[in-house]
Design a protein around this ligand. Structure first.
Ligand SMILES: O=C(O)CCC(=O)C(=O)O
Ligand SMILES: [Fe+2]
Length: 391
């Protein structure tokens, strides 16, 4: 069977949380203009708890694919990735098992996390044969198809915006079960946590080259963009380094060290551990801003201070180091989805302050849920939603 679209039957919610995860954690991907967040990357960057919001949807998708293709209990998840495509990215006709090292892939599920026409232009999906020939991505829809050459497909070039998906592949071959590898990595972490000081849950950046994006593929870095910084700038914030530039060998190292956030010539007087920490909080604010504004508290004295002339210059210098081509960065990362529910037009530090606290509570809760689930996952060598209420 080469059946496909199941959008009317299967619609899921929670796309904005997955968008938050991707925009906080992605690295440059496997093709030009593509960014990706894998589960093993979340583990490697001390953000394993961010797997939690993906657990149920992965499970449901597997069930759905097994049901649709009549192979209940036969499949494992081979790969899970949050993937975004920016201007210029495309993929020609292909099947998803078209390389010797991809032969284990039997089925694909592509969940659209944002929508054609609203969040991006271009990026239509086409099947070479049969119906439907064209799929217009719409947030919440899921496309499922066999990974072999019965479902040759392509994706048009992205013209504008960032096209975001959750993509999974499934295999009949248990040797390619992603869960087994993930559970083993997670177990390593939890065993170090048991002996060491409990972890702080603060994200830890991967090596800096995973965050540099060179839009024109040139090697001279004329237009290079650091994606973490670009995403922070795109939401209207600036970065103020605490460490002096002269103390680091490579300027990228500044991003691994404590830094502060600025906005409109004001400095938010709180240190973030590194750029990923700052990015996660900023993205969390953008995801929740609308709700938080109602809960904003009075800002404490000294929490926000004016930037001096030389500090402002420092912020601008850093921006031009990490984003050489601003126009391009804006084009790549500037389009935020969900008009009206992202960063509010009226920015207010008090609601940002509320976001800092809410982000910490959110993170700690997910971390607790992860630690609670892990013994069950280890027993079953599988990642699943442990329904604690029913235990
Ligand atoms: O994102 C899509 O619609 C499909 C992507 C795709 O074909 C692939 O990653 O192999
Ligand atoms: Fe594909």
């Amino acid at each position: 069977m080469s059946s496909r679209l199941d959008s009317t039957v299967f619609v899921f919610f929670g796309q904005q949380e997955l968008e938050f995860i991707h925009k906080s954690c992605s690295t440059v991907g496997y093709r030009p203009g593509v960014f990706s967040t894998t589960l093993s990357h979340l583990i490697a960057t001390n953000s394993a708890h961010l797997i939690m919001p993906l657990v149920l949807i992965r499970e449901k998708l597997k069930e759905k694919v097994e049901e649709f293709f009549a192979c209940e209990f036969e499949l494992c998840i081979e790969f899970t990735g949050l993937v975004s495509w920016s201007k210029g990215a495309s993929i020609g006709w292909h099947s998803d098992d078209n390389r010797p090292y991809l032969k284990q892939r039997d089925f694909a599920a592509v969940c659209y996390l944002n929508s054609y026409g609203k969040d991006f232009r271009g990026g239509l999906f086409h099947f070479q044969d049969g119906e439907p020939t064209t799929v217009k991505p719409s947030a919440g829809d899921v496309l499922i198809y066999t990974a072999d050459n019965r479902n040759v497909h392509s994706v048009d070039e992205i013209i504008d915006g960032e096209r975001l998906t959750l993509t999974l592949w499934f295999s009949r071959d248990g040797a390619h079960d992603e869960d087994v590898k993930l559970v083993s990595r997670l177990s390593e972490i939890s065993s170090t946590e048991a002996t060491d000081v409990p972890s702080s849950n603060l994200p830890l950046p991967a090596s800096s080259n995973m965050y540099w994006f060179s839009p024109d593929q040139s090697s001279d870095h004329d237009s290079a963009i650091n994606i973490c910084c670009a995403r922070i700038y795109a939401l209207g914030f600036g970065i103020y380094p605490i460490e002096d530039k002269i103390n680091v060998l490579d300027v990228s190292d500044l991003l691994m060290k404590p830094l502060q956030l600025t906005r409109n010539n004001e400095l938010f007087n709180q240190e973030f551990e590194n750029v990923l920490h700052a990015l996660q909080v900023v993205q969390y604010y953008s995801w929740k801003a609308f709700g938080l504004q109602r809960h904003a508290t009075i800002l404490e004295e000294g929490r926000v201070i004016p930037l001096s002339g030389s500090q402002s210059q420092n912020v601008r210098d850093l921006e031009s180091t990490f984003v050489k081509d601003r126009r391009l960065a804006q084009m790549t990362f500037g389009h935020t989805s969900c008009d009206g529910c992202g960063t509010p037009k009226e920015f207010c530090w008090a609601s940002f302050c509320a976001a800092v606290d809410a982000w910490r509570d959110y993170t700690n809760k997910l971390h607790r849920d992860l630690l609670r689930s892990l013994p069950y996952w280890r027993n079953h060598q599988s990642i699943f939603d442990v329904a604690f209420d029913e235990l």
